[in-house]
Design a protein around this ligand. Structure first.
Ligand code: NAD
Length: 416
């Protein structure tokens, strides 16, 4: 069987959890269908004077548990089906970690690498105008995703606020501090991955101290994860980016690598360690493999050859559904993305709460709240796996997420 589309993958993940959740067929079918997907055209005047019209989407997948929440992605591969799958994953992620949010996602079909700053701003403002009828601080709250950043969120906030006639910082999260962002948001996902990895090592009865860790992707999430795990005593033996990887069985100098990438924007040119390919990294003998780059990198073939004792999914959707079957068969535990990388949306929630209360918290308060929520979600997932006998932790997380979302639908009832 070949690999599937993201939406098929998500439906297959839901199907696998279905037998552990008390769900009737009608409710299950309802949970599989996105509530709405808005398609908008965004005409933008480019620097050379011509007008380019970009196709864009915002999907609100399920809002039973609270306002819709999810990022905005700028990428050539964006499609309605991809945005719907990503919005579904946000729904299960917010439910797994118990945030009072539903799930959403937005995307613009574009290749932003060649955009000037002005073109990026113009596209962001035009896209925000297109989706402003759908979003709002109590309705649907966007955040950054692939190729969008705090500056992008500041433009979304400004455009939305201009239409409202007053500042509405709580319409987006992941904003710069100067526009109402929260301390701790930039590092939140990597910090969360590091917290979850330490719990997961404990779960497989291995000490963090000296554990060999390989991380694919050395961007925001991968580099912050590497830094925290290094400080916790783990041995970060390999990291990579799109140009390839570096390996040192004695442990890499993570801070030197971060400094190199901060100045060069790539691992290329770092010569204080041995070069490896991304395939070498994914299949290397180590205690923990952390995919923190892009989706579908752990294919069935990679899963067959993988030698790590534990996989922690920092990226969204790094393991294909067929590869999941192989890892279940081989007994390799996988901490699923909807749990492992939920630190970002947890701190987004804390940013939204602070904005709504017009009050700011200290970094210590934000980090303590993040740790508590993630730890509790991890323990609940492990308990569900043990009590229900689910084949893997992903199915356990889905079981909790589907149960919580279905329960919200049940008590709210059906209209009309
Ligand atoms: P980023 O753009 O900062 O970094 C991505 C890294 O992956 C870069 O080092 C890049 O070179 C590398 N990469 C890209 N293509 C690759 C390839 N084909 N092979 C190997 N490496 C490749 O992105 P990020 O914010 O660190 O996000 C990484 C992953 O984490 C994505 O899947 C994203 O959806 C997920 N995620 C991010 C956040 C967040 O808060 N940033 C939250 C949840 C999930």
């Amino acid at each position: 069987m070949g690999e599937r589309s993201p939406l098929d993958t998500m439906h297959a993940q839901m199907e696998r959890a279905r037998e552990y959740v008390a769900l009737d067929d009608d409710t299950f079918e309802r949970l599989k269908a996105p509530e709405r997907t808005l398609k908008v055209s965004c005409p933008v005047e480019m620097d050379d004077g011509h007008v380019e019209t970009f196709e864009a989407y915002r999907c609100q997948f399920d809002g039973a548990r609270g306002p819709y929440k999810g990022g905005i992605r700028y990428h050539p591969a964006v499609s309605a089906a991809e945005v719907e799958a990503l919005a579904g994953w946000m729904t299960w992620k917010t439910a797994t970690v118990g945030l009072p949010f539903g799930g959403a996602k937005g995307g613009v079909v574009c290749d932003p690498r060649d955009f000037s700053e002005r073109e990026r701003e113009a596209l962001t403002r035009r896209y925000t105008e297109g989706i402003r009828r759908l979003i709002g601080p109590d309705v649907d709250i966007p955040a950054p995703d692939v190729n969008t950043d705090p500056q992008t969120m500041a433009w979304v906030m400004d455009t939305y606020s201009t239409y409202q006639g007053h500042a509405v910082p709580e319409v987006v999260t992941g904003k710069p501090l100067a526009a109402g962002g929260t301390v701790g948001r930039v590092e939140a996902t990597g910090r969360g991955v590091s917290i979850v990895t330490q719990r997961a090592l404990d779960y497989v009865a291995k000490p963090v101290e000296g554990a060999d860790v390989a991380i694919q992707g050395f961007g925001n999430v991968g580099s912050v994860t590497a830094s925290y795990l290094d400080r916790a005593g783990a041995n970060v033996v390999a990291v990579s980016d799109v140009t390839g990887g570096r390996h040192d069985p004695e442990g890499l100098d993570v801070e030197a690598l971060r400094t190199h990438v901060a100045t060069e924007d790539t691992l290329a040119g770092y010569d204080a360690a041995t070069e490896v390919t991304n395939d070498d990294l994914l299949t290397m003998d180590c205690d923990v493999l952390i995919p923190a780059a892009i989706e579908n990198v752990i294919t069935a073939d990679v899963a067959d050859r993988l030698e790590a004792d534990l996989v922690v999914e920092a990226a969204n959707g790094p393991t294909t559904h067929v590869a999941d079957d192989v890892l279940i068969e081989r007994g390799v535990p996988v901490v699923p993305d909807i749990l492992a990388n939920a630190g970002g949306v947890i701190v987004s929630y804390l940013e939204w709460v602070q904005n709504s209360q017009q009050y700011s918290w200290s970094l210590e308060e934000v980090n303590a709240d993040l740790r508590e929520r993630l730890t509790e979600a991890f323990e609940t997932t492990v308990e569900t796996a043990e009590e229900e006998g689910t084949p893997n932790l992903r199915t356990a997380a889905y079981t909790t997420a589907l149960q919580r979302t279905a329960r919200a639908h049940e008590v709210r009832g059906r209209f009309p």
